[in-house]
Design a protein around this ligand. Structure first.
Ligand SMILES: [Zn+2]
Length: 215
């Protein structure tokens, strides 16, 4: 199956992508990983991407699309893939269609993870991270540490990342609404969109997604 995963920040996209890719035996292709891999391997596209990133500029769509196309043409992606974080705007979605067409394949589904905006803000703005290890993650409501502001695992100090502050989260949501959400309309015209609620436990959302995909 060839799947695109979309959803606002805080919808648990990365987590769902990993589970779904495993269940469906297809590679999970995330833009973050693509960038890291191309830059560390020193590919032409990686060098280009790095020059923009070093200059504090956005990486142009054609560079991102090139990386995604190279990855989708790897042997392990012959029977499908799950795209996470790409396309992130309509022009990338159009370019993806062109790229798939040249390989004579089509998308099977666009899985849209839906979360109410206030829930997104609550999820992200409530996160507290340990200063000793960013893998020690707590939440003021959903995963409270035993002692306020102290990591259960190592006793480190818990803090809120700047990226997680409510104001920043609202800005990221705004970008999602204006840039990424229009691709849902674009794919709806192609009859590909399956919208599911991303509320509840991780395994419940995965089960809902598998059902929506007819698996
Ligand atoms: Zn800790």
């Amino acid at each position: 199956m060839r799947i695109v995963l979309v959803g606002p920040p805080g919808a648990g996209k990365g987590t769902q992508a990993a589970f779904l890719a495993k269940n469906l035996s297809i590679p999970h292709i995330s833009t973050g990983d693509l960038f890291r891999a191309n830059i560390s391997q020193g590919t032409e596209l990686g060098k280009k991407a790095k020059s923009y990133m070093d200059a504090g500029q956005l990486v142009p769509d054609e560079v991102t699309i090139g990386m995604a196309k190279d990855r989708m043409e790897q042997p392990d992606a012959v029977n499908g893939f799950l795209l996470d974080g790409f396309p992130r705007n309509v022009s990338q979605a159009e370019a993806l269609d062109v790229a798939l067409k040249t390989d004579d394949v089509k998308l099977d589904a666009v899985l849209d993870l839906e979360v109410p905006e206030d829930e997104v803000v609550k999820r992200i703005a409530g996160r507290r991270i340990c200063r000793n290890d960013s893998a020690h993650v707590f939440h003021v409501e959903y995963k409270q540490p035993k002692a306020d502001g102290v990591c259960d695992t190592c006793g480190g100090e818990l803090y809120q990342r700047d990226d997680d502050k409510e104001e920043t989260v609202r800005k990221r949501l705004e970008v999602y609404h204006t840039q990424t959400e229009p691709i849902i309309g674009y794919y709806r015209e192609q009859g590909l969109v399956k919208t599911i609620s991303a509320l509840g436990k991780v395994e419940e959302v995965t089960a809902r997604a598998m059902e929506a995909l007819g698996r």
